[in-house]
Ligand binder design. Structure first.
Ligand code: IDP
Length: 136
C-alpha cells in the first residue's frame, strides 16, 4: 500500500554533508521524493513536531539543536514507506542502531542522530501538514 512519510535530515546531517547520502539511500531503495525544502526550522514548527516529548529532560536541548542550523525536510512516497524508512534509519540510539542503517553508520549521539522519519500514518499526515502545509 503506497504511503507518505515525513523525513528530516537534521542539522548534524546537513552540517556533515550527508544530505546526498540519505537521499541516495531513499532513492536506491525505490522510494520517490515528492517535496523537499532546506531551511532553518522555526521554533514553533519544531515544538509542534516534538510536542509528545515536552517535559522530558532532552526536550529543550533537542529544540535548541533542531533550530540551530538548516535541516532538510522532505515528503517521501512509496510502498509501506513509513516502516521501511524507519528500518533504513535504524533505532533512535545510534550506538544500538545496526551497521548498515543511517544512524548505525553515521552517528554516535542520540540527539544528533542524522534523520527523523514518521512512525505511523497519523503522525506522518500531522508532520507533513506541519512542515508542508501546502501538501496537507
Ligand atoms: P525517533 O526519532 O527514533 O522517532 P523519539 O523517541 O521520537 O525517536 O525521539 C525524538 C528525537 O529526540 C530522537 O530522534 C533524538 O534526536 C531525541 N532523543 C530521544 N531520546 C533522547 C535522549 O534520551 N537523549 C537525547 N536526545 C534524545
Amino acid at each position: 500500500m503506497s504511503e507518505r512519510t515525513l523525513v528530516l535530515v537534521k542539522p548534524d546531517g546537513v552540517r556533515r554533508g550527508l544530505v546526498g547520502e540519505v537521499i541516495g539511500r531513499i532513492e536506491r531503495k525505490g522510494f520517490t521524493l515528492t517535496a523537499l525544502d532546506l531551511r532553518v526550522m522555526d521554533r514553533e514548527t519544531i515544538e509542534r513536531h516534538y510536542a509528545e516529548h515536552e517535559g522530558k529532560p532532552f526536550y529543550a536541548p533537542l529544540v535548541e539543536f533542531m533550530t540551530s542550523a538548516p535541516s532538510v525536510a522532505m515528503i517521501v512516497e512509496g510502498e509501506r514507506v513509513i516502516e521501511s524508512f524507519r528500518a533504513l534509519a535504524g533505532v533512535t540510539d545510534p550506538i544500538k542502531a545496526l551497521p548498515g542503517t543511517i544512524r548505525g553508520d553515521f552517528a554516535t549521539i542520540t540527539r544528533e542522530n542524522i534523520v527523523h522519519g514518521s512512525d505511523s500514518v497519523d503522525s506522518a499526515e500531522r508532520e507533513i501538514k506541519n512542515f508542508f502545509p501546502e501538501h496537507a
